[in-house]
Design a protein around this ligand. Structure first.
Ligand SMILES: Cc1cc2nc3c(=O)[nH]c(=O)nc-3n(C[C@H](O)[C@H](O)[C@H](O)COP(=O)(O)OP(=O)(O)OC[C@H]3O[C@@H](n4cnc5c(N)ncnc54)[C@H](O)[C@@H]3O)c2cc1C
Length: 453
């Protein structure tokens, strides 16, 4: 039975809706306040920044428009991995050997930091440290891409292993994968539980959290003034931890392209359905497509399928969140990659926003004449580790400490994102070109599968 019907859509995510106990909201910002630092946005970037600042005894508040973790941080697919940007070969070309090595040290540290934060917070985040594999679903070009990536990552000090067909079989990786590189560090996590973990640490350290408080304006000056519907807060330093939402506040439009990405989870697999897949380690899978597909199991044995078809809005507008064409493409991924689960239905779908930077590498820096507005953005779909480590870097910047290797991310000169309508036109043509290449890959994969049967 190939049922493509999604039972329901979540306005946040399956993860967020199933937090136990459900999130209780903190007071909203009302009246006049003053802090040393105000962080706008309560996702991984904002929470990690607030934690790092409290560790330096700085008075800090987080002002969040919804609930902490309800942005991309609580909606993502949960693959924690070492990423050298969205397009690692491009990163290497742009950065050169030495700076890519430097980035790789930052990335390794960021992934280690996830486990460290979970230990510190003492919250079970269903973190399976099984690593992630980058998978080819057809031979030929895909294979050589995987080999190039594996060689680059190895050279840059990111541990990985090439898996041929026999090695894949030993691990019981689904049959759609014909070759892969296994990145051993990281794994798969429940991102909403991880956001809860960071929120808990932040509160324990004395961060003031204001929820349901949308910041309407940020007035730069020697002291920055932040206004919400019912409150105002002045501060010496302000941090924009609003990632893909930053353009709505009038900031960082030249740094990032916000895009919508969708995900769904299936019904929990019955023991019999689970036994049809070996997949002993439960490694996260991302394919080597231009627009990657991601496939993983959740702690309660559901299949999660995501990405594939990111969508671009015009200006500050975002495409409709849960459109049927996107979910039908995700359903095709599910049915093509895991035909052994053809009788499994899809349960919940949802959509979130990612911020893509022009070179696919995150960007941290300072804005305004007074150099007292900071930002951390552009994780380009790989932000669990990098965003939750960004706070350390932003705190070091504010406190004028040595940034060490993380200096590679700070005040980088990258190609500016063009204004509308050029951004939209260029974005659409790049995406169409990527789709054409991916269609070819999928055609090959299908022919190879038919030949195997
Ligand atoms: C569907 C999806 C799948 C993904 N999969 C992965 C993955 O598998 N692995 C990975 O590493 N990364 C993944 N990502 C990316 C990752 O989730 C992000 O890079 C990361 O969460 C960014 O964290 P952040 O704190 O910077 O942004 P966010 O979590 O988006 O936080 C920004 C916060 O700012 C708040 N905000 C916005 N405007 C205002 C305002 N005016 N006033 C007050 N608050 C405001 C928002 O409500 C939000 O909570 C995925 C993202 C999505 C959407």
């Amino acid at each position: 039975m190939k049922n493509s019907t999604i039972r329901s859509f979540s306005s946040t995510s399956f993860w967020f809706d199933n937090l136990d106990p459900p999130p209780s909201s903190f007071p909203s910002l009302e009246g006049d306040h003053s802090y040393d630092v105000v962080v706008i946005g309560g996702g991984f970037t904002g929470l990690s920044t607030a934690i790092a600042l409290r560790e330096r005894n700085i008075r800090v508040a987080v002002v969040e428009k919804g609930l902490a973790g309800s942005g991309a941080s609580g909606r993502n697919s949960g693959h924690v991995g070492c990423s050298l940007g969205m397009l690692p070969l491009l990163t290497y070309k742009n950065f050169g050997e030495e700076r890519t090595q430097q980035l790789s040290r930052v990335v390794n540290k960021a992934v280690d930091n996830v486990a460290y934060m979970i230990e510190q917070g003492g919250v079970d985040c269903d973190y399976n440290q099984c690593g992630n594999i980058m998978a080819a679903v057809s031979r030929g070009e895909e294979n050589s891409k995987i080999e190039k990536y594996a060689a680059l990552f190895e050279k840059m000090g990111i541990e990985n292993e090439l898996l041929d067909e026999r090695a894949l079989q030993r691990k019981g990786i689904p049959e759609c994968v014909v070759q892969a590189a296994h990145w051993k560090k990281g794994g798969v996590i429940n991102p909403a539980k991880y956001a809860r973990c960071l929120t808990k640490i932040a509160l324990e350290k004395g961060v003031d959290l204001f929820e349901n408080s949308e910041v309407e304006s940020v007035v730069p000056g020697k002291k920055v003034l932040i206004k919400t519907g019912k409150g105002r807060v002045s501060c010496h330093h302000c941090v924009l931890a609003t990632n893909a939402y930053s353009g709505e506040l009038g900031f960082l439009k030249q740094k990032i392209i916000p895009m919508s990405v969708s995900v769904f989870v299936s019904d929990p697999l019955t023991p019999e359905q689970r036994s049809r897949l070996d997949w002993y380690g439960g490694e996260g899978i991302t394919t080597a497509h231009m627009a990657l597909e991601n496939i993983r199991l959740t702690a309660d044995n559901r299949v999660l399928i995501g990405s594939k078809s990111a969508r671009l809005g015009f200006g500050n507008s975002q495409p409709r969140p849960n459109d049927s064409l996107t979910f039908s493409k995700l359903n095709t991924v599910f049915r093509d990659r895991l035909p052994e689960l053809n009788d499994v239905n899809i349960d919940v779908g949802w959509t979130g926003r990612v911020a893509i930077s022009s070179d696919g590498v995150p960007s941290i820096g300072t804005l305004s004449k007074h150099n007292n507005i900071y930002y951390g953005v552009g994780y380009s779909g790989h932000g669990i580790a990098m965003a939750s480590n960004a706070g350390n870097v932003i705190a070091q910047l504010i406190c004028q400490e040595d940034l060490e290797d993380a200096g590679i991310l700070v005040d980088r000169k990258s190609l500016p994102v063009p204004p509308e309508p050029f951004r939209w036109l260029v974005g659409r043509s790049v995406m169409a070109a990527m789709r054409r290449i991916d269609k070819k890959t999928d055609r090959h994969a299908q022919l190879e599968r038919q030949a195997r049967m």
